[in-house]
Design a protein around this ligand. Structure first.
Ligand code: AMP
Ligand code: MN
Ligand code: MN
Ligand code: MN
Length: 295
């Protein structure tokens, strides 16, 4: 791929179908404004937004890949797997995501019950109404609690209420690693280990994770992720090379005011890492009808 034709990929972003601030259409509009050529919508445990995003992407001439960010429990820890270019209609994936959605609803109820015990009354309806038709997430709780002035900001709410050991935290058992990879692969997609450095695993645990992920059919890891430092990028790139995994890049954009990174603003893929889009022979054509405004 020549430099002049280089495509700008952002393969990890959220909409109002999970904890993002913009609708799928709004997200696509912002992707165009940011000079992105190919965007993947990767909401938490749902693909409900992809038809709206696909329609908007077609109208606005930007490349779009249907994706999902699946919550996984591995060795008692919560991990996130991104599935890229997945067929949302694949029955095992659909059934799996429905199960996770139900789990999210039950967890939200339990979280609200726990918060009542520390004097946060009547938050459940507020949270559900904020989540609307999308997946209910801890981010929705954080916004409602922050709105009530119970902490300085969303991050502070997480630290005080929503993380392990804190009053609103409920332990979850999400999908198994092997199972989630099988859903993604079965649906024709590419399984990507999201933001590998954010799990705060030791080097040996991270290598063990990469090995199992690869053995179960995982193909890529996010070498470039929104909040990653240059050191994180280097560590992820090393992991990719050591385990012969492709490199993905995604901002993990949620919205303008959440302290999250900007859509499409990522450094270039390290030269010695093979990008995940090498799997897609049509990648250069994706979004090619849109003039590359960023250059
Ligand atoms: P959930 O999957 O419902 O447990 O929610 C996880 C989501 O919460 C993540 O995808 C982030 O968007 C958000 N999140 C997790 N930790 C924090 C934090 N410390 N500050 C702000 N947002 C966070
Ligand atoms: Mn999120
Ligand atoms: Mn994530
Ligand atoms: Mn994400």
């Amino acid at each position: 791929m020549s430099a002049a034709l280089a495509r700008v990929f952002d393969l990890h972003a959220h909409s109002t179908y999970s904890d993002g601030a913009y609708s799928p259409r709004g997200l696509i509009e912002r992707a165009v404004a940011a000079g992105i050529h190919v965007l993947a919508l990767t909401d938490h445990d749902t693909m409900a937004g992809h038809l709206e995003a696909e329609e908007a992407a077609r109208e606005l001439g930007v490349g779009f890949l249907p994706g999902v960010e699946i919550s996984v429990t591995w060795q008692g820890k919560t991990l996130h797997l991104v599935g890229l270019r997945v067929d949302a209609g694949h029955p095992p994936l659909r059934a799996g995501l429905e199960g996770l959605a139900l789990h999210r609803q039950q967890r939200a109820f339990e979280m609200a019950q726990r918060l009542e015990k520390v004097g946060v009354i009547g938050i459940y309806d507020e949270v559900l109404s904020l989540a609307g038709q999308g997946m209910v997430t801890r981010t929705h709780f954080a916004h409602c609690l922050a709105r009530r002035g119970l902490a300085a900001d969303v991050r502070d709410v997480f630290n005080r209420y929503l993380t392990p050991g804190k009053p609103g935290y409920v332990h979850s058992t999400w999908a198994g690693l092997e199972t989630a990879i099988a859903w993604i692969r079965g649906a024709g997609g590419v399984a990507v280990l999201a933001h590998p450095i954010r799990y705060k695993l030791t080097g040996s645990w991270l290598r063990r994770l990469a090995l199992e992920f690869k053995e179960f059919g995982g193909q890529a890891i996010e070498v470039l992720s929104g909040q990653a430092s240059p050191g994180d990028v280097q560590a992820s790139a090393q992991l990719a090379k050591r385990f012969d995994l492709l490199g993905s890049c995604g901002s993990d954009f949620h919205g303008p005011d959440q302290g999250w990174p900007k859509l499409g603003r990522l450094p270039p893929m390290p030269k010695d890492v093979t990008p995940v889009w090498s799997l897609w022979p049509d990648a250069e054509a994706l979004g090619s009808t849109f003039p590359p405004a960023a250059f």
